[in-house]
Each structure stands twice: as structure tokens, then as C-alpha cells.
Design a protein around this ligand. Structure first.
Ligand code: FE2
Length: 431
């Protein structure tokens, strides 16, 4: 965190709750005041927000920094499936170098910060006895600490029980400072082994006082039951509020009666859900003809049951996904489309998911535009959260703990159309 940067007064912004003409005063890395026409301390830097939307920064609840920007190495995923992606990553792993891992991860972090994405929970594969990726991402975490909150999850990509050294490696990774216990029960050899891995991983989290975040039921199998097992052990071990199930795509295909039993169990356990819409819609349904399942977990139903739902980018240009840019507005947009959360409240919930909810799931205090919160925000060339999603709004200013990290010029295009005077019309603002 920056130590006592010069006071910053951001003038004339809109807030996600609809208030406009608001000033935000940042002192000592915290928000000291929010309101109209605030007085600037004599040594403050003043920035004119020109009426644009100030938002809490974006946070990503699920990402893979060790594989990012490796697309095409050593080949592309021909089938587009999760399983070929895992196999492809297995081919690439022996060729990885620490330098290349660090270089790609740092490049992605630059992309993130430029877009106001200031917190990332990244899984890191521990199924490599060298722990090469673990060491590389711990280096990256130290390097980016002055400008990005990076949280690492020890992720046994090849299966805690299926890979002979995964358990020992996972414990070694945690010993070295990895923050969260990860897992992949649906990739174990049997449903029983998957359940056993969930038990073991939750017990490790309980013993070490760590959060747990498992890739869980990432399949189209309507009978996959690992989130039920996760909820059971989280409840049994008292891991309420620090446990998450990522993906949960099988819930898309589950029997409705069973889901009506499952949701209260998740709620009772204080479990969070993390959906990854760009990847779920891409990887799932690959064995279907038509109708083709979309593989997104039941976000509106989870929310209605009182379960926090975060959204992750998951992959950017890696063995599983050829696209992506670190723009959490793209993630929110895909989420609202594939879940049909197209009401104003639904779209707003998707915006909140990539800002406040993700930060809450990551356990980051002071994430919000309130007095006393961290003086971190992103200024978007939009007037409302929904407009920000619609336009993938330009980032005009990124501030972390009172320090300006990035400045962007407003998007504008000058049109020279036959028969009409030249005019600027690049912002696509609704009149
Ligand atoms: Fe993932």
C-alpha cells in the first residue's frame, strides 16, 4: 500500500448509486470525504472527473496467471474442450521457464491495472515437482504488491489424488506462502476420489486457517455432486465465509428438485460461488448436438438463495481460451447475456459482482466508495454501471490507495460523412 501519497481531490463524478456532481477526497490512502463541492486541502492534486462514473476498482475472483498469454504453445486446443486444454497444458509444462512465466504474468498484470482491475485471485498449478510456477508467481506477487492485490491458490491441476505428488506439492506451496487451498475433484479418477479430495482439502484449509476455493463440478454431468460435498465439509469444519466453489457448471444440467435441496445447503455453509462465464460458455456443451447446453451455473437462483456469486475471467489467451483482455466489463457482459439477467437490477448485479462481490469473496476489506474505505477507484467513461458494461467503457483514471496508477484519454471518433459537417461521435452515449 502506498504510504501517504499527496491528497487527491477527484471533482464532479457520478457514483454507481446514481448520485452526480460528487467530489471524492482521498487523504493518506483512504477516502476522507465524499460529497458535493468539497474543499481541497492546499497541497491536494485536483482532477476533474467531468461527470463520468467513479466505481470501486474491478476485482477478478478466478484467474490462471501461470498459463495466461501462452496461447499456441506448443499448439492450439483443437477440440475446444476442458480436457484437451488440461492435456495441452501438460505438454507445455515441461517447457516452461521461470523467466517466461514471470514475463507473461507481469504483462497481464499491466493489462489489468490499465483497466482498473486491481485485485486478482489466481490459481497456480502445483503438479510440477519443481514448483516452477509457484515460485514464479510468488515473485510476481511481490513485484506487483505496490499496485495490485494478487492472491494465489494452490491448484493441483492433475488431481490431488490422481497425481502422485500433488498432495505433497500442494503442502509445499502453502508452506512457501501461497494463500488459498485449491482443488479439482471432478478430475479425480472417480466420484469417490473427488469427494475424498474435497474432504482432504477442506481439512488442510481448516488446519492452516486458510480459505479454500475449489474448481468444482466443471462439467456437464448432471450427477456431479462435489459442491454438495464441499458445502458439507465447509459446514462441518466451520469454514463459513472463507470457502468458494468455482465454476459449478454441472448445476446447469442438474435436476431441479436436487438443486432446490442443494442451494440451502450452500447457503447454510456460507459458501460463495464463482462463475466464469466466458470460459463456461466456451468449454461446456462440447459433447452436445442440439439443444446445446450453455454450461453456466444458476446465477439468479444462487443470488436469490442468498449465496454470494462472484465472476472470474479465468483464462486469457491460454490452452483453454484464445481470447480475452483482462476487461472485467466483458466478463460482466457475458454473464448477464448467458444468464439472461437483462433487467436493470440483473445487469447492475453483474456489475457489482466484478467489483464489490469479488472483493468480498477475496476477503479484501475497504473495497468501496465510502468514507474510510481504501482510496481506490476507477473512473469510467460512462454515466451508469449498465452503460459501462454496454460500452466496455474507457478507463479514464485508475487510483489505488490514493495514488494515480493510470490515466486514459476519453474515447472519441471524428466522423467526416459526405453531406454532413465533421463531428465527434465516438462515445456511443445514449442521448
Ligand atoms: Fe479455473
Amino acid at each position: 500500500m502506498s504510504s501517504n501519497p499527496r491528497p487527491l481531490l477527484l471533482r464532479d463524478v457520478r457514483l454507481p448509486d446514481g448520485r452526480s456532481g460528487i467530489d471524492v477526497l482521498c487523504i493518506g490512502g483512504r477516502i476522507a470525504a465524499i460529497g458535493p463541492a468539497l474543499a481541497a486541502p492546499p497541497d491536494a492534486e485536483a482532477i476533474d472527473g467531468q461527470g463520468w462514473l467513479a466505481s470501486p476498482p474491478f476485482a477478478d475472483a478466478h484467474f490462471h496467471l501461470d498459463s495466461t498469454l501462452s496461447y499456441g504453445l506448443p499448439r492450439v486446443n483443437a477440440s475446444g474442450t476442458l480436457l484437451e486444454g488440461i492435456a495441452l497444458w501438460g505438454e507445455l509444462k515441461p517447457q516452461l521457464t521461470a523467466d517466461a512465466l514471470v514475463e507473461r504474468a507481469l504483462a497481464y498484470c499491466d493489462w489489468a491495472v490499465a483497466q482498473g482491475l486491481l485485485a486478482i485471485r489466481s490459481h497456480v498449478d502445483v503438479c510440477d515437482d519443481r514448483l516452477l510456477a509457484v515460485e514464479a508467481l510468488l515473485d510476481v506477487k511481490r513485484c506487483v504488491a505496490p499496485y495490485l492485490d494478487l492472491q494465489l491458490v494452490a491448484f493441483p491441476q492433475d488431481g490431488l489424488l490422481r497425481s502422485p505428488t500433488a498432495r505433497a506439492n500442494l503442502l509445499r506451496a502453502l508452506d512457501r506462502g501461497v494463500d488459498v487451498v485449491g482443488g479439482i475433484p471432478h478430475f479425480e479418477r472417480t466420484m469417490a476420489d473427488g469427494a475424498e479430495s474435497v474432504r482432504l482439502l477442506c481439512e488442510i484449509a481448516a488446519e492452516r486457517g486458510l480459505p479454500v476455493d475449489l474448481h468444482c463440478d466443471e462439467s456437464d454431468d448432471p450427477l456431479s455432486r462435489h459442491v454438495e460435498t464441499l458445502a458439507y465439509h465447509v459446514q462441518r469444519l466451520g469454514l463459513h465465509g472463507r470457502a468458494a466453489g468455482s465454476h459449478l457448471t454441472s448445476m446447469h444440467s442438474m435436476d431441479n428438485y436436487y438443486v432446490s435441496k442443494l442451494l440451502p445447503l450452500m447457503r447454510e455453509a456460507g459458501l460463495a460461488a464463482i462463475a466464469n462465464p466466458l470460459i463456461n460458455i466456451t468449454l461446456q456443451g462440447r459433447h452436445d448436438t442440439y439443444p446445446k447446453r450453455r454450461g453456466m451455473t444458476r446465477v439468479p437462483e444462487l443470488l436469490a438463495a442468498g449465496i454470494p456469486v462472484g465472476l472470474g475471467h479465468d483464462c486469457v489467451m491460454d490452452p483453454w481460451y484464445a481470447l480475452g483482455s483482462g476487461d472485467m466489463l466483458e466478463v460482466a457482459s457475458m454473464a448477464l447475456h448467458v444468464t439472461q439477467m437483462t433487467s436493470q437490477d440483473g445487469m447492475r448485479a453483474c456489475f457489482d459482482a466484478v467489483t464489490l462481490t469479488n472483493a468480498r469473496i477475496l476477503g479484501l476489506p475497504g473495497w468501496g466508495l465510502e468514507v474510510g474505505c481504501r482510496a481506490s477507484l476507477v473512473l469510467l467513461q460512462a454515466r451508469t454501471p449498465v452503460e459501462a458494461i454496454r460500452l466496455r467503457a474507457q478507463r479514464l483514471l485508475v487510483v489505488r490507495d490514493g495514488t494515480v496508477l493510470a490515466r486514459g484519454a476519453p474515447r472519441a471518433t471524428t466522423l467526416s460523412l459526405p453531406g454532413r459537417p465533421a463531428h465527434v461521435d465516438g462515445t456511443r452515449q445514449h442521448p
